[in-house]
Design a binder for this molecule. Structure first.
Ligand code: F6R
Length: 605
């Protein structure tokens, strides 16, 4: 949801800003822009569309200077036009912003009354004009910045240049992340560690309400109360700094194929392979819990739903799952003994963060299953249950999803063991099952030729239905979401048994219906639903194992996944639905890693 970078450097700043923005493009790609201080004056270049367009603009009209800021935009207020692209400018100020300033209309009216005119529809321009207003009233740069921040309601991460301050970039965060990068005689601020990764691996994460001023060698950090503060500098792992596609065409393809590894790394933190015990990295007394409340958005919420199926079945512990955007506003009744669990790749999703904070304010113990280990959720939750998927760049989540599901499966076993629902032998068996998952995921991905053929047909469809039962139902929802978001084909996921209660009316001659049906205790029921849609002309694509394949209805296309225990079936069957979406999108020529209208990290409501 917009990415920002600020550099006080020693070499040409424009190419460095663009290099950083390339790593931030997953956060937004409606437009991009950079600004620099050139011979004491502020200059900017902006372009609508992907970063390529800015690159071309910079090639035609180079930008000098060694100090600058940059931005990739995911439009909230105002269409993706050049006028609405960042950096925004007013008088002595240029700034880039991630977030939403909610009271911008009121501030804008106040500034217009002072005689100021606006060139964009953005909330950010209001912020810039307000800072400039305070400067013009005689306040010093940092003071003017702080005065403006004190007026903002909403969420922001900002990076600001001020004319007359040649070696200074100001930054602030509230509700949107911001890190400070410590270089060798140069300093950086950026939306995440990836942004500053090309320049330094020494990073400090700012806290809510922090303000920072960077110059050539130092960062002065002020906390929300305006007091000087120290934020620990950490050395970030190379994986966070190095993000390349390697031999793959898209990050999504690469990330799908990384799942055996990401699942293994994640599980390694949750099970003891020698003692064959589940051993989550942070202790929670599952015996003392009455309930788990999961809050999450999109794909992460489907991982949560899979968690519900696994944890309730194996550990007998009730689990509720709700999308954060609803949960946060509906004044949910929470009972004592409930553990609130936020599930999030980024750890920054605004609605999930708000839901987590709501639960905390109600006195619940909170946990966060997050992939970004320094994110706000990771830091605010009482318990951190990390996923170890590594940086996920493709906007459509794949390896983060299966890492979340891996954690859910391991927690189900841990909770069952602690609550006495399984004995040591059963625990050892289930841990053994978990440890088989990476190998089986790897096998499950060896279906690309079949999938490519099916994708060819799917690419022509107008509507696609996904069906599943049990833990395959959330996977059906996830399959439909993946197809929609990257191939723009309308798709819906349903619980297979729900079909006859309405959705079956959608079936026409040749409507593709993707049925996720491992040969488990529910197989026969799902097979009946398949027969129902085939009788109405549907083209069934069945994702099943070898045993299920033997019972495939005539005419069904079959994608075969390895047979596995139901505990890990959501992990082993995920690859096929991801590859189906991927190859359909590729076949349609869609921009897989940067689908239209989406952004990787949704830090606004
Ligand atoms: C879909 C997708 C989104 C995210 C959702 C939550 O492929 O990636 O639905 O799952 O925006 O994001 P996080 O997990 O960062 O909270």
């Amino acid at each position: 949801m917009c990415g920002i970078i600020g550099i006080v450097g020693r070499t040409a700043v424009a190419p460095r800003l663009v290099e950083s923005l390339r790593r931030l493009e997953y956060r937004g790609y409606d437009s991009a822009g950079v600004a620099a201080i050139v011979d004491g004056k502020l200059e900017r270049r902006r372009a609508v569309g992907k970063l390529r367009a800015l690159d071309e603009h910079l090639a035609a009209e180079p930008l000098g200077g060694t100090v600058g800021i940059g931005h990739v935009r995911w439009a909230t207020h105002g269409a993706p036009t050049e006028a609405n692209a960042h950096p925004h400018a007013s008088g002595r100020v240029m700034a880039v912003h991630n977030g939403i300033i909610e009271n911008y209309a009121e501030l804008k009216a106040e500034l217009i009354a002072k005689g100021r005119t606006f060139e964009s529809q953005t909330d950010t321009e209001v912020a810039v004009q307000l800072i400039d207003q305070y400067l013009s009233e005689g306040q010093a740069p940092l003071a003017a910045f702080q005065s403006a921040l004190a007026r903002f309601q909403g969420a922001y991460a900002l990076a600001v240049l001020i004319e007359g301050e040649d070696r200074l970039v100001l930054g602030a965060r509230r509700g949107s992340p911001l890190v400070v990068g410590y270089g060798d005689g140069e300093m950086f601020i950026g939306s995440d560690a990836l942004a500053v990764g090309p320049f330094t691996n020494r990073v400090a994460y700012l806290d809510e309400g922090d303000v920072v001023a960077i110059d050539d060698t130092s960062a002065r950090i002020l906390d929300a109360a305006g007091h000087d503060a120290i934020r620990p500098v950490r050395v970030i792992p190379a994986s966070a700094a190095l993000v390349e596609k390697g031999n793959y065409r898209h990050f999504m393809e690469k990330e799908i194929h990384e799942q055996p590894d990401s699942c293994q790394h994640t599980l390694a933190a949750y099970v003891d392979p020698v003692a064959l015990k589940a051993s989550p990295p942070a202790d929670v007394d599952f015996k003392a819990l009455n309930r788990i409340q999961i809050v999450a958005c999109g794909t992460a919420s489907y991982a949560g739903l899979i968690g519900k199926y696994l944890i309730e079945r194996i550990a007998g512990l009730p689990v509720d799952v709700e999308v954060s955007s609803e949960f946060r506003y509906r004044e949910a009744a929470l009972s004592p003994g409930t553990l609130a669990v936020a599930v999030s790749q980024s750890g920054e999703t605004a609605d999930t963060l708000a839901a987590l904070r709501f639960c905390k304010a109600q006195g619940l113990v909170t946990a966060a299953i997050v992939n970004a280990h320094q994110s706000t959720m990771a830091r605010e939750a009482d318990v951190l249950w990390p996923t170890h998927a590594g940086p996920e760049i493709g906007v459509a989540s794949t390896k983060a999803f299966t890492a979340q599901v891996s954690v859910m499966a391991a927690l189900a076993v841990a909770a069952a063991a602690q609550r006495g629902r399984i004995d040591a032998a059963q625990e050892a068996h289930l841990v053994h099952v978990l440890l088989e998952a990476p190998r089986l995921i790897s096998e499950s991905l060896q279906v690309e030729d079949t999938i490519r053929e099916i994708a060819h047909e799917l690419g022509r469809a107008r509507d696609v239905l996904y069906l599943g039962r049990g833990a395959m139902y959330p996977l059906a929802l996830e399959g439909a979401l993946k197809l929609k978001e990257i191939s723009y084909i309308h798709a819906e996921g349903y619980a297979a048994g729900e079909l006859k209660h309405g959705p079956i009316a959608l079936i026409e001659e040749d409507t593709p219906v993707i049925v996720i049906a491992p040969s488990d205790s529910l197989f026969e029921k799902t097979a009946s639903n398949m027969a129902e849609v085939i009788a109405r002309g549907a083209r069934v694509i069945m994702i099943t194992d070898a045993e299920g394949q033997r019972h495939a209805p005539p005419g069904a296309r079959v994608v075969t996944a390895p047979a596995c225990d139901p505990l890990i079936a959501p992990l082993v069957f995920a690859g096929a639905i991801q590859l189906l979406a991927y190859y359909t999108a590729v076949q349609k020529g869609a921009d897989v890693d940067q689908p239209r209208n989406l952004a990787k990290s949704v830090t606004v409501e």
